[in-house]
Design a protein. Sequence first.
Length: 254
Amino acid sequence: MSKRYLFICGCPRSGTSAMWRVLSQSPSVVIGNEWFAGRAEHLTRDLFQRDRFFAPEYSVDVGYDINTHIDTKDYVPLAKQRLAGARYVGDKIPYLYKHFNDFARRFQGATVVFMVRDVFDVAASYNRRQANHEDTDWTSGVTEAIRDWNDALTALTNVPAGIRVIPVHYQRFFDEGVASPLCNSLDGVRPEWICQALGRELRTTRQIASQPRDLTPRQINEIMETANLKAYRRLLSEHERVGWGLLPSGAYAR
């Protein structure tokens, strides 16, 4: 079966991992969990051939051992079984949007699920991780959250020709359980698989949503002054008007 390429991206802390857990439940999808994030700028199609795909190079391609890590150790053997009959193969790479132009040239026709989340929730999540002294891999705070969020929004509103982008709003998808736009945009992925996987995620994501943001007045003011809220409101307004789902190339290009 001829494979299509499917990727997940978005500003960190916008739900890319939760979306990976949803899509990886479908037998029609075989998707890595940042297995080639280290090559985001130079992705090539040969990375997604069977032998290479299941052997990412530690510290070059990926930051963990996919065969022993708690998030993927059970998924790897399942993915190997599914690959031959899968319709989609790809990877979750949060910062892929930074390299959209090169990516679009190398992966013509690829589909990208682009996670979108409210900047205040993204900033609060950055803040919590920064405050967790046991999380030594994370050093970014509110200022970096705003920068990353603005960059992601700019990329989403200037999608190059050649790739199919499906924006998924975190709150609508995970808090409200609105899955139909994603189901309708992914050919060959049965809606019941997405809905079942989403149902398993809802409890966790709703618990996260109930957490207080704990942003200080200074941090809130920084967000209000430097986040591109005007572009975000325009994006939300347009999608509420036409419905969330597949985004035509250049739909929001200025």
